[in-house]
Design a protein around this ligand. Structure first.
Ligand code: GLU
Length: 506
């Protein structure tokens, strides 16, 4: 394959992109870049009824955030302008006329109500109504009219749609790069609408015409369009055009077995399905970006959601993904989405982004106006705590106690010690003076000091008390390291603070 590869991502502006949509964009991008080809963004906005404002800018921003920007299309320009289907209506009319002239399409005058009535009639006798070769000769369409009758009807401004005429009796053979050979019996196809009653093209007509005119070589799209492949193949044949290659991507499924991930479930699921935040009826639905995921971790995870290059390796940069990507290694069957895996990816990327953690932590510390710490100290803190976090913003919560005194004590443990206050205060005072005597306030010496506590039970209790005084809760890294890092004076001050707090509460 060469630089002639041209692929397109063709979303409809009916809302934000969900995981399936952004994965389709990514696979198109990877395939284009692998072959030095062109990645086109086309907006399929022929259905004005489903139009949702801001979807288009959301799509463009999301592709940017993921670093998978188009080379051509909406927002980027290019030789096949316009890239909004709503601006290409004359083109579709021109091509529908060609099909009408050839006798491969026809006018149909039934209204929606007429068709509903038909469906009902058929249902009553246990049949399903289809607008197809079996029924079209009995219906109100141009196949059953003379030219004169048709002209009269059109002249009277009757509303109509234009349907594609499917000939029965053929076993249509098609090829999908992922699924191999597919055969469809044309007897099972109905005469789909190509032009709607208000004159707008349907997806089938518009996307076929555009893929041809925009010289798309590979159509990579979701599995939900597999059922349209036969119709699209017949349209290419009817126009006398060479069909592009097709690859239908597997569905992304919910781990709870409740089917595919869809926008409808956005607020019911316990994981985000949008890459970036989306505003819905004045509520903000946060996306992966806002929750602190890195775009490269997110993209790495998405790439492996249905594709893998073979082998055990899971961490790939965008450049490495491009290099190893192949449509043939995409799986056919649905793939389960596991938020824990995304979490895992983020952590793996976080560990490689210590510099970013460093600047985040510096800002946090500055905000708290603490200036006495040196760069080395920050790095020590980061190295001690980075394994405990998955997101940059979590660093402060896991390391604040290296910089500031706890302003709050976990009420659960605090209440536990309150009942025994006199004894506890004695012990803490005792510990304070012992700590004071330690000359070299380093973790090994502190460990030794603790070993002097006779019984095991007492030792555990003291450790909890110390931790509560230094951190405010029973969390945090090795207590001896905290002591050493914050130093003798500060440690003793924190023990004092806890003593005072206990006294206050009594
Ligand atoms: N407009 C269609 C969608 O949003 C695109 C289908 C295709 O890629 O052909 O799902």
């Amino acid at each position: 394959m060469s630089h002639f590869v041209r692929v397109r991502f063709a979303p409809s502006p009916t809302g934000p992109l969900h995981l399936g949509g952004i994965r389709t964009a990514l696979y198109n991008y990877l395939f284009a870049k692998k072959y030095g080809g062109t990645f086109v963004l086309r907006i399929e906005d022929t259905d004005q009824k489903r139009f949702v404002p801001n979807s288009e800018s959301y799509i463009i921003k999301t592709l940017k955030w993921c670093h998978i920007e188009p080379d051509e299309g909406v927002g980027y320009g290019g030789p096949y302008y316009p890239y909004h289907q709503s601006k290409r209506l004359n083109i579709y009319r021109y091509y529908i006329n060609k099909l009408l002239e050839k006798g491969d399409a026809y006018y149909a005058f039934e209204t929606d109500e007429d068709l509903d009535r038909k469906r009902k009639e058929y249902k009553e006798i246990g049949l399903t109504f289809s607008y197809n070769y079996e029924n079209r000769n009995k219906l109100d369409n141009s196949l059953n009219m003379t030219n004169k009758q048709l002209k009269k009807k059109l002249g009277a401004c009757s509303s109509y749609v234009i349907r594609f005429k499917i000939n029965p009796g053929e076993k249509l053979k098609m090829h999908d790069i992922i699924r191999g050979c597919i055969t469809v019996d044309t007897d099972h196809l109905d005469d789909k609408i190509l032009l709607k009653s208000y004159g707008g093209a349907t997806y089938h007509l518009a996307s076929t015409v555009d893929d041809h005119l925009m010289k798309i070589t590979h159509v990579i799209r979701g599995e939900e369009w597999l059922s349209s492949l036969a119709l699209h193949s017949l349209l290419y044949r009817s126009f006398g055009w060479e069909s592009p290659n097709f690859a239908h991507l597997p569905l992304i499924l919910r781990k709870d077995g409740k089917g595919k991930i869809s926008k409808r479930d956005a607020d019911m699921l316990d994981f985000p399905i949008y890459p970036m935040q989306w505003m819905n009826n004045n509520t903000i639905i946060p996306g992966y970006k806002e929750l602190g995921y890195f775009p490269d971790a997110f993209v790495n995870m998405l790439a492996l959601l249905g594709w893998n290059p073979g082998g055990e390796r899971e961490i790939f940069s965008l450049q490495e993904l491009i290099k190893s990507f192949s449509l043939k290694r995409i799986r056919k069957s649905g793939v389960f989405f596991d938020i824990k895996k995304v979490y895992w990816f983020n952590k793996r990327y976080l560990i490689k982004k210590k510099e970013e953690v460093f600047s985040f932590l510096c800002k946090k510390v500055q905000k708290n106006t603490i200036s006495k710490y040196k760069t080395d100290y920050f790095w020590k803190v980061i190295n001690l705590t980075i394994n405990r976090i998955h997101f940059i913003h979590e660093i402060w919560e896991h390391s604040f106690y290296f910089f500031i005194r706890p302003s709050f004590y976990d009420p659960y443990f605090f209440n536990k010690i309150k009942n025994n206050h006199e004894k506890i205060i004695l012990k803490l005072n005792d510990a304070k003076s012992s700590l004071y005597k330690i000359n070299k306030f380093i973790s090994v010496n502190l460990k030794l000091f603790f070993q002097n506590y006779k019984e095991n039970k007492c030792r555990i209790k003291m450790m909890q008390l110390f931790r509560l005084s230094l951190v405010g809760s029973l969390k945090g890294v090795d207590i001896f390291i905290i002591f050493e890092m914050i130093g003798k004076e500060e440690s003793i001050q924190r023990l004092d603070n806890l003593i005072n707090k206990i006294k206050e509460k009594i």
